[in-house]
Design a protein around this ligand. Sequence first.
Ligand SMILES: C[S@@+](CC[C@H](N)C(=O)[O-])C[C@H]1O[C@@H](n2cnc3c(N)ncnc32)[C@H](O)[C@@H]1O
Length: 501
Amino acid sequence: MTRPATLENLPLYFSSNVKSTFKVVITNSPLGGRGLFARERINKGSLIFTNEPTVYGPRANCEVKKICSNCFHISDLCYPCGKCYAYVCSDICNGSSDHIKLCSFICNNWRLKNNWDKIEKTPLVLARMIIYVQFLLLSEKQRDLLGLFQRSQIKDTFEELNKLQCIYYLPEQHVEFLNIVESIIKINSFRISHSLIGNKIELRGLYPLSSFMNHSCIPNTRNVFTSNYLMTVFATKDIEKGDEITSCYTGLLWCSPARRYQLYKSKNFWCFCTRCNDNTEMGTKLSALKCFNKPCIGNLLPKNPLDLQTKWFCNSCKIFVPYTKINMIQSVLGSLVGTLRLDDEIRLENNILQRLTIFIPYSNHVFVDIRLRLAIKLGFTDDVNIKELSESRLELKESLCRGTLRTVAALGAGDAHLRGLLLYHLHAALAERARRSPDQYEELKSEIEITIEQAYNILQGDISAPPDLELRRQYLGPGCDKPQEERFFILDSPDKVTNTL
Ligand SMILES: C[S@@+](CC[C@H](N)C(=O)[O-])C[C@H]1O[C@@H](n2cnc3c(N)ncnc32)[C@H](O)[C@@H]1O
């Protein structure tokens, strides 16, 4: 692989659908390697650029068993293609041009080993390797240009490739190429977030222009993925000409030690940004622990947050605690949190929460994460919809949304995706309050309208956006001329409204 002299046209080689590149330029970054920089002032909320994935597919270590190798639907109807054995979910997928290309590549280039149980194991291994096979299908020019993308320096065992080699005799140059591809994917791919509607597996893709965005723990962009996996990057705050355009590679609300360790482990660098350098994390105290020196009610914070072996100090009684003791507490915390079933439960075990309060203040990221999950889940589970929430739970939802929105604002994250989601849920809680007590509507109206309008501006077009986002904006947003009773019609029977539109 050779390195061409210029990066200017690189994304265009990989994607016919790159728009608004005139707003950005790829050049050397003080953060590391190359980065994207604004050629002009970019206002908050504006589209910066759009690019389509060069390749996309499920993660190689995904758990799901039956995934269509063409449309990535999870389906028990999947059956192995009669020629290449890759799973397809329908004759349409089997006959699609993409599948035919993939199928003929596999049949023409890889010979099956005799001792392998083709029907049982091959489809699954192939489904997990689809993104890699797509790299092999790139043009020669594109494959040459892959040399421009940064690669991971960490050499892990590439288990899925090993499994593929148990099934097929792979040419030596394919094995070498796929190892390079793996090191490129690790550093440059994006998780494509989408709602679970449509029963699709979580995907990741290589986006040629987005790949040059460096990380910031307070980024100035958010990503929107459309239904055809186009990635559009918007400004979450005003960006001045010459500013670096950044994205956040971790969870926005993770605490500094967790973000920094994850970045080091997965992307091979230590972050030194303003947030990482501030032991209060912009006043949010996401990393703070409770002082061990009872009855002191102060918080322990790292003296030098950029130093992994720093002492921590209490901001009230000023005692110092060595990092070894802090690490021990953090690992106890990690295992306690691990026992909370946060993904599918909104009932949290009180005894665990009580044990957590011994170690951590309300501001700690563990509680922030629990509050965020509750804010989003209350009234939005299969068991209980928002109309069935008790008064106290509805109040709780509203206050959890407001609290988490304050944390996002304190971090300076601007119009991040998370802010959009929280505004949507705050809107839903307020609208439900007004539906139950119509006499409160006038008082709540302006906030009901502003929250849905802002949520819409942030989330519109994204495949992970709530399905009734647009309808709510239409009926409960600003400018709706329907009478009060009709406005709430959408909340009474959203399906009926959808059908009448
Ligand atoms: C997706 S690439 C970004 C583009 C990359 N800088 C390049 O030259 O191709 C991610 C890699 O960029 C570097 N990087 C990104 N953000 C960084 C930051 N805030 N500080 C230091 N290095 C960073 C790291 O080496 C990381 O693995």
